[in-house]
Design a protein around this ligand. Structure first.
Ligand code: MG
Length: 316
């Protein structure tokens, strides 16, 4: 299943599921099938709705049932599809799947090749930090270089989206049951702030520094995401190319590790770290400039494209 958040051709933003060349409006499908009455503007809000966020309910299975029913309705109409229930994918604009995650966890130094690039030993435990939820943007939206900041680069990462609440430690063998699916994240980074602050929080949290999408792919399609190609292209040129089999701590390990000390709420995103090749470690270092195009791709999930613009001095 490929889940997303999209803007209808008439402008309304809703959660969706890609079925062939159509995208099912999950807000409408849940209204018709489950009696949903509230406005639900994105996949993250839907995951925290009582319809899906309750004991004993697997949100993945619930959503699959709703999508199957909607797909059957569309098939019954012999292709004369109601564009309100399921507009054509090429007629909609995709948004960040999770508009405002409860928290974005991110992991530093989690690829063997990225550790080698810095001449560092692989860490003995995950090196966690957080990114502000307000830094999220979707596919096609511009990464804004803040005025006066000129040491910013991009990091292609596999993202984990939590679907099922974890209020107690989850062993890694059961971690995947709490995962809705996987997405593509770009962990945009202000290297000057990272250096001056001697920690990551501000450097990773400027507005627009967490591009995410284009879709969330459930584990039935990509398994535990343990061997997927990861690539970053800058203006069409390959900058990062690796595979998730280089991950020091797997997706399941990270979910288990975080759940040991902290609740995982539905819609939480875990950005699993980046492989070698990022701009700051180039010789000489290369940073993002106004007019650049960054593409981050994870095999089996999709490509996240974001243009880069320079925010003018004094703009807000
Ligand atoms: Mg990173």
């Amino acid at each position: 299943m490929k889940l997303c958040t999209f803007h209808h051709p008439h402008g309304k933003r809703v959660p969706g599921a890609v079925v062939g060349d159509r995208v099912v409006d999950l807000e409408r499908a849940l209204r018709e099938q489950r009696g949903l009455t509230e406005r639900v503007a994105d996949l993250g809000t839907l995951l925290r709705h009582p319809t899906l966020d309750r004991d004993g309910v697997c949100p993945r299975a619930e959503l699959a049932a709703v999508v199957d029913r909607a797909a059957a309705l569309i098939a019954d109409r012999g292709g004369a599809t109601d564009d309100t229930l399921a507009p054509r994918l090429d007629a909609v604009r995709l948004a960040a799947p999770i508009a405002r995650p409860p928290v974005i966890w991110a992991v530093g130094l989690n690829y063997r090749d990225h550790a080698e690039e810095q001449n560092k030993q692989p860490p003995a435990q995950p090196m966690l930090f957080t990114k502000a939820p307000t830094s999220v943007i979707g596919p096609g939206e511009p990464i804004e270089l803040p005025a006066g900041r000129d040491a910013i680069d991009a990091e292609a990462e596999l993202g984990i989206v939590i679907g099922r609440r974890a209020s107690a430690p989850v062993p890694s063998e059961r971690a995947l049951a709490h995962v809705l699916g996987f997405t593509v994240c770009n962990d945009v980074s202000d290297r000057a702030a990272q250096k001056s602050d001697r920690q990551y929080c501000r450097a990773k949290s400027w507005r627009t520094f967490a591009p995410m999408g284009p879709v969330v792919v459930t584990p039935d399609a990509v398994g535990d995401a343990a061997d997927l190609g990861v690539e970053q292209r800058l203006n069409g040129e390959v900058w990062q190319r690796s595979r998730t089999d280089q991950l020091i701590f797997s997706a399941a390990h990270l979910v288990a590790w975080i759940s040991d000390f902290c609740d995982l709420e539905p819609g939480t995103v875990i950005s699993t770290g980046t492989p070698g090749g990022v701009g700051v470690f180039r010789d000489p270092p290369v940073f993002l400039r106004d007019g650049d195009l960054v593409e981050c791709e994870v095999e089996g999930i999709g490509t996240l494209r974001n243009p880069v613009i320079r925010r003018d001095e004094g703009s807000s």
